[in-house]
Write a protein that binds this ligand. Sequence first.
Ligand SMILES: [Zn+2]
Length: 402
Amino acid sequence: MSIQFQIDATRGSARLGTLITPHAVVETPIFMPVGTLGSVKGVPQDLLEELRVQILLGNTYHLYLRPGVETVRRLGGLHGFMAWDRAILTDSGGFQVFSLNELRKVTEEGVTFRSHLDGSSHFFSPESSMEAQIGLGADIIMAFDECTEFPADRERMRTSMEMTARWAERSKEYFEEHKNEVPWKTVSSFEFQVSSGGADARNSKPETRNLDRTQSLFGIVQGGMDLELRKESALRTVEIGFPGYAIGGLSVGEPREVTREVVEATLEYLPADQPRYLMGVGTPEEIATYAGMGVDMMDCVLPTRAARHGLLFTSEGKVSIKQARYAADPGPLDPACGCRVCRRYSRAYLRHLYAANEVLAQVLNTVHNLSFYLDTMRRVRHSIRLGEGTRSPSGVSSQPKP
Ligand SMILES: [Zn+2]
């Protein structure tokens, strides 16, 4: 096995776990910041380390187009290229091909698409997505799937889900044959220490484990918003057999209650002892809710993208820092936040930086939002460990500030 997952405590459906990857021990439930092009926009890697980020997400579609997989591979994979020695997960490229390309052509073989950068023609298949993701060398990579658009009729959802299942088999087959080509594989196994009570535990004895130093491939459940198709997709994907499973195709424009319903219905059919990854969600409240339902891993561009637009998540609700009401506000952005931005700067200064279009505004806003998301998940993990409910951990709110 190239990853290990252990559940250290449960509370209702929520699980506190330890995910051991070749590059980091990750405490779950975890929020993974998105580093689309090998960079979490505006935040240097040493600051991500200070924020105690253990795992980052990279986007295969973007890295494949620029700088190109071969360049990254020759420089030691994403870990070497971006000087990040903790864990990385890459998506399959499928979601971006579907969301950024109106001229794509989908066949059983794969997807032909045009680069959003220069209009050049490219082709992704399960095999070429695996080849790209092996070259990028993330710890966890994703099966190539078709993200069904919303809304879609049932026939379309079924056809799409069935193709995703066939693509999952092809992804796994290619991955199993080529996984040893990962660019950072320099030893056949590695040792690390983990406390037997999980990475959070202070008093338990460390133990040494051995893992194969290779990547892991996760399967993805699709099926649109149809609960029966979701069940079938989950069962078929689990039958193919992966070390972890993702729920894909959500947050594509459907109402939030529907997202929640699909997540709940899908989780039921995923193995309880393996990591479950919900792709591309959500607000701080939502990620706490999904963790409470038994999701272990999540990612979302919301904290980083919103930060660049001056929208900040705080314990008192959402703050739109561009508003004139903050122009002379001497207080910290979030009095309950211990991040380096809230400890040092006033709302008035942050508002000024944003209004003056200073690069520093994007950096500071992103650092705070990421810190808020990571703290939210820390509180969730803490409440599971203490045996409290996790549906509404104190201090998590994304309602507009009154
Ligand atoms: Zn802060």
